[in-house]
Design a protein around this ligand. Structure first.
Ligand code: ADP
Ligand code: GN1
Ligand code: MG
Length: 366
């Protein structure tokens, strides 16, 4: 059943819409699968998303980025003989030729072609899959290397500015709007003890040691679609946060989500362990995909980036728990607290494994 006729009628979908339904496991946007059938009985699928305006304050700027980046990727993919309709996202225009539709409530909607015979994963199923995702994200950065960064709107200001995340966390603790701070004092202390570490990359940037590049900024495994038949990565999705950033954070965020023995919201922490074997194969893949494009300083910081992104994400989950779960979508009580504890367990594991992580990076950087 088409539950969104007032929205779907504004897009140039081929055929008649026969059904719409919620889809996927993203924490941010509202994602729907749209199915259409044409007169000849041919079925087509599309993804329709309501952009989360609480998270993305400038949805029109975001869609400007989206159109520019997908066009750039399309050209680069075609130039190397690839299938652009499958290897990057393709926007479906509205009936009046625009890249997005604004409804009567001021909500922003966009549609893309559905990448058929593909799937995304919330957990690494085979080590080879994680290796390939490293190649894919490394290569994605390489594809964006010639993209003019000044054209990009900053879709979330200070997105991976970790000291600023610490500031927001501290404000949430002080405000304690839900009266939850006293029940999470251990978790609050865990973040506070690492305030100095959280400045590492911003200090390095200020000292001219880290370059600003065009990066994805949300490189978790479920933001890659894999081919259902071959298992190979097909397309990198979730392009909302593409903006200037540090290349190493794309590495670190993938490790955060993927190099673990459990899901991101597993509550039994005895099951949540950092998997150094997965760290190693992702490192190998990412450096191959980046194809010599990283500086020595960037490579040297890769292990710390894994800790930084995991700590930052944990602090963001904890902040959202303190603020009453207004940012990340939750599906149970204390969901964001569970996620925060899970991330902090990984941070502790990674801190212990840091010397070994450095040795691994050195091995593949040669
Ligand atoms: P969020 O920002 O909320 O994470 P995503 O853009 O990542 O939203 O989409 C959520 C999920 O929907 C993805 O993890 C993926 O499974 C699925 N998805 C999104 N776009 C497509 C597409 N074009 N083709 C197939 N699946 C898609
Ligand atoms: C969000 O949009 P999604 O679900 O792919 C978040 C990331 C977090 C991630 C944690 C725009 O990613 O920054 O790392 O959840 N995206 C945004 O799972 O905040
Ligand atoms: Mg996503």
């Amino acid at each position: 059943m088409n539950q969104l006729p007032h929205i779907t009628k504004n897009f140039t979908f081929e055929g008649e819409v026969t059904s719409t339904g919620l889809y996927g496991n993203g924490h941010i946007n509202e994602t729907h699968l749209v199915i259409t059938v044409d007169d000849a009985g041919k079925e087509r699928q599309y993804i329709l998303q309501k952009i989360n305006k609480r998270v993305f304050k400038d949805p029109a700027g975001l869609m400007g980025n989206y159109a520019l980046v997908t066009e750039h990727l399309r050209k680069n993919i075609l130039a190397r003989g690839g299938d652009a309709l499958r290897e990057t996202l393709t926007l479906v225009k509205t009936v009046d030729g625009k890249n997005f539709f604004v409804d009567d409530d001021g909500e922003f909607w966009r549609a893309t072609l559905f990448i058929v015979d593909s799937a995304s994963f919330d957990k690494v199923e085979r080590p080879e899959q994680f290796y390939q995702s490293g190649v894919a994200f490394g290569n994605f950065q390489a594809l964006l290397r010639d993209f003019p960064a000044h054209l990009l709107a900053e879709t979330i200001v200070n997105f991976h500015n970790t000291p600023d995340r610490f500031r927001q966390f501290s404000e949430a603790v002080a405000a304690d709007v839900k009266g939850r701070a006293s029940s999470v004092s251990d978790e609050i202390a865990f973040v506070r003890e690492r305030e100095g570490f959280m400045r590492l990359f911003e200090d390095a940037y200020a000292a001219g040691k880290l370059p600003l590049r065009v990066t994805h900024n949300d490189t978790k495994l479920n933001n890659i679609l894999f081919d259902k038949n071959t298992g190979d990565p097909v397309c990198i999705i979730d392009l909302d946060t593409i903006m200037p950033g540090y290349a190493i954070n794309d590495f670190g965020d993938s490790i955060r989500f993927g190099a673990t023995t459990a899901l991101e919201d597993e509550t039994d922490l005895s099951k949540v362990n950092f998997d150094i074997g997965l760290f190693e194969i992702y490192t190998k893949g990412f450096l191959e995909g980046a194809n010599g494009g990283l500086t020595e300083a960037e490579i040297a910081y890769l292990p710390e980036s894994a800790i930084m992104m995991t700590l930052e994400c944990g602090a963001r989950f904890l902040t959202d728990h303190l603020q009453g779960d207004t940012y990340f979508r939750i599906s149970r009580e204390n969901h964001n607290l569970d996620r925060a504890r899970n991330q902090f367990k990984l941070v502790s594991d990674m801190e212990k494994a840091l010397p070994e992580m450095h040795k691994i990076v050195e091995k593949y950087a040669k």
